[in-house]
Design a protein around this ligand. Structure first.
Ligand code: CXF
Ligand code: ZN
Length: 366
């Protein structure tokens, strides 16, 4: 079928809205009429050539919409269902067998190679291939093909247009706290970076009843919002030394640190701020050459831990509905992070997000 899509044609350049041809769903695939898609930092990292999806490409991996058609082997959803589309996984490797799908052994090929597993993209234009199947969806388009494995059915008593970011950025932040670090009540947590992932982590730390929640960012306006969402303390590292401030606030350091920036120097500071037996989670996509270093004696002798985290270690089929219920109960107000744009404003959405004017842009596709 012919669909309208925002196509990333060259590195660092704006997307162009074009007609492209999308394949029909195969056995285990689901055709979704996309209502809205969040813009995630990873879309921009890929547009800039730092992750391996070949251009031209239809990106987008926080899609929300309504099921239009399903392949013959699909039982999980049916036409008319409200869904979000999350990361893709194989479902059969040792990680997937243990419900650790975000650590799927084929995570990179299945999410970033721009083709179906058979090596062919489901998207083309005038007979030329365009990378598709990005995160098993390519949802910067009016229609998207996803898989039974990465489609998540959601409640229909909530505005569907709001829900796409739950499928990546928001589950990454909240899940890092709730699923990966498993923050305990009464504990001390610091979140480095207060973008949509960091602010979701702060809301989650509040839900986990952490008693000291420190937000760290150079943007004072974001720090104010962090306080509104549950931070008990804020630090602006352009004004003070964050490790010293953390020691003053906690007395002995952090039980949990979560870095959302992916910046090696920030990660080093997060590790230096850990109390003995403290754990630092890292989740940023910093590009292929980023390396981190930290003091071996300090790290080893305190029994400190470092944990890589993908997609908040979430099981999206259960975690996303849980986040929606928390939202409906007024305990997870992620709508405060969102600004809506129309499809033809997608480049404005990206510009605003890169300028820090918008925290989580959502682009309405149809
Ligand atoms: C990505 C970050 C880079 C590793 C894979 C998952 N998260 C989503 O945007
Ligand atoms: Zn993402």
């Amino acid at each position: 079928m012919q669909v309208k899509a925002a196509v990333a044609r060259s590195q660092g350049q704006p997307f162009s809205i074009e007609q492209v041809e999308l394949d029909a769903p195969r056995e285990k695939e689901v055709l979704v009429k996309v209502l809205a898609t969040g813009v995630c930092h990873t879309d921009l990292v890929v547009r800039d050539g730092l992750l391996p999806t070949p251009l031209p490409a239809v990106l987008g991996h926080e899609g929300a919409g309504i099921v239009e058609q399903v392949g013959a082997g699909v039982t999980k959803v049916k036409p008319g269902d409200h869904v979000v589309m999350t990361f893709n996984s194989c479902g059969t490797c040792p990680s997937c067998e243990h419900h650790d799908n975000s650590y799927c052994h084929d995570f990179f090929p299945l999410n970033f190679f721009g083709t179906r597993p058979d090596g062919v993209s489901p998207i083309s234009q005038n007979g030329e291939s365009v990378s598709g199947n990005f995160f098993g969806q390519s949802s910067f388009a009016t229609h998207s093909l996803c898989n039974e494995l990465n489609v998540v059915k959601v409640q229909d008593d909530i505005d569907l247009a709001l829900l796409g970011p739950l499928a990546c950025g928001i589950q990454t932040g909240a899940g890092s706290i709730m699923n990966a670090l498993q923050v305990k009540s009464g504990s001390t947590v610091a979140v480095f970076g207060t973008g949509s992932v960091g602010l979701s982590a702060i809301m989650a730390a509040d839900i986990c009843a952490a008693t000291t929640i420190i937000a760290i960012d150079m943007n004072d306006e974001r720090l104010e919002l962090a306080e509104e969402l549950g931070a008990t303390h804020t630090i602006n590292p352009s004004k003070v030394n964050s490790t010293e401030e953390i020691m003053k606030i906690t007395g002995y350091g952090l039980q949990y640190a979560l870095d959302t920036t992916g910046i090696p120097a920030v990660i080093r500071g997060a590790i230096e701020s850990l109390a003995p037996k403290g754990t630092c989670g890292i989740l940023g996509a910093s590009g292929p050459d980023a390396e981190i270093s930290f003091n071996e004696t300090h790290f080893m002798s305190g029994g400190r831990r470092l944990m890589g985290i993908v997609e908040g270690e979430s099981n999206p089929d259960t975690f996303i509905p849980e986040l929606i219920r928390l939202h409906q109960a007024g305990r997870f107000p992620f709508d405060k992070l969102v600004t809506f744009y129309e499809m033809d404003q997608i480049n404005q959405a990206i510009e605003d997000s890169e300028a820090g004017k918008t925290i989580k842009p959502i682009v309405k596709m149809s």
